[in-house]
Design a protein around this ligand. Structure first.
Ligand code: IPE
Ligand code: IPE
Ligand code: MG
Length: 240
């Protein structure tokens, strides 16, 4: 029986290379990346995925050339305005995860509008990690606990994280051929399965998402236990 991962997280990498291969400016790859994300959200919803988390802009991406950074910010604000009505109609609830300070008023307004417009949806949660880093999240969670004088436990830290509203990802996908985490979901991916795809993000399609899910289904998640223990366990269906 094929199991659909409850939560899939994706490092959408390879937009720049997709554009360079076609002698196009890098921003053309990012534009194509938005189309790929729209398709991916639709497919994930159809397959029964409940949470999709995507890495759109990292804490470190500010170090790119200024033209690319401002192009990404403009594209982000534009895509937000354009995509939200359809996402809303499709039952998608959007959350933005990341440091808001340092974002322009236009981007911040777009984020707030998208979150409030989709707040009553529940078919699929879409977390867009923007100005996000796994280290940032751990540090801001620790700072929250410290400010309240709370004891640091795994549970307390998890609850203070920016991604506390969703369970940890079952499957983390990275496109673009690199096999690294690049500061994505450092805390939450402790027991995630990984799928590295050679496809560049603009080329990531339904078939590749299905391959990632099929690969996930071949894995035995042991969480530190033995195979025999896992085999004796009664399966739990989180989606029912
Ligand atoms: C990922 O694609 C998107 C962002 C980081 C914003 P890249 O822009 O990193 O594409 P490559 O890795 O240079 O091909
Ligand atoms: C990771 O991709 C960040 C996003 C996809 C938003 P990068 O392209 O920034 O990662 P590195 O620099 O190759 O590790
Ligand atoms: Mg990259």
């Amino acid at each position: 029986m094929s199991q659909i991962p409850h939560h899939i997280a994706i490092v959408m990498d390879g937009n720049g290379r997709w554009a360079s291969k076609r002698f196009l400016p890098r921003i053309a790859g990012h534009k194509q990346g938005v189309d790929s994300l729209r398709r991916c959200v639709r497919t994930a919803g159809q397959r029964g995925v409940k949470v999709l988390t995507v890495f759109a802009f990292s804490s470190e991406n500010w170090n790119r050339p200024i033209d690319e950074v401002s192009g990404l910010m403009d594209l982000f604000a534009m895509a937000l305005g354009r995509e939200v009505p359809q996402l809303k109609a499709d039952g998608v609830r959007i959350f933005f995860v990341g440091e808001r300070a340092g974002l322009s008023a236009k981007v911040t307004a777009g984020i707030e509008q998208a979150e409030s417009a989709t707040a009553s949806n529940s078919r699929l949660i879409l977390n867009v990690c923007f100005n996000y880093g796994g280290r940032w999240d751990i540090v801001q969670a620790a700072a929250k606990l410290a400010a309240k004088g709370q004891v640091v436990t795994e549970q307390a830290l998890s609850a203070a994280m920016a991604l506390a509203h969703v369970p940890d990802p079952d499957l983390v996908v990275r496109t673009g051929g690199e096999q690294r985490i690049s500061n994505f979901m450092l805390w939450q991916s402790a027991y995630s399965e990984f799928y590295f795809s050679d496809k560049l993000w603009p080329e990531f399609d339904e078939a590749e998402l299905d391959r990632a899910i099929a690969s996930f289904n071949q894995r035995e998640r042991r969480f530190g236990k033995t195979s025999d223990q896992i085999a004796a366990q009664v399966p739990v269906d989180r989606n029912s």
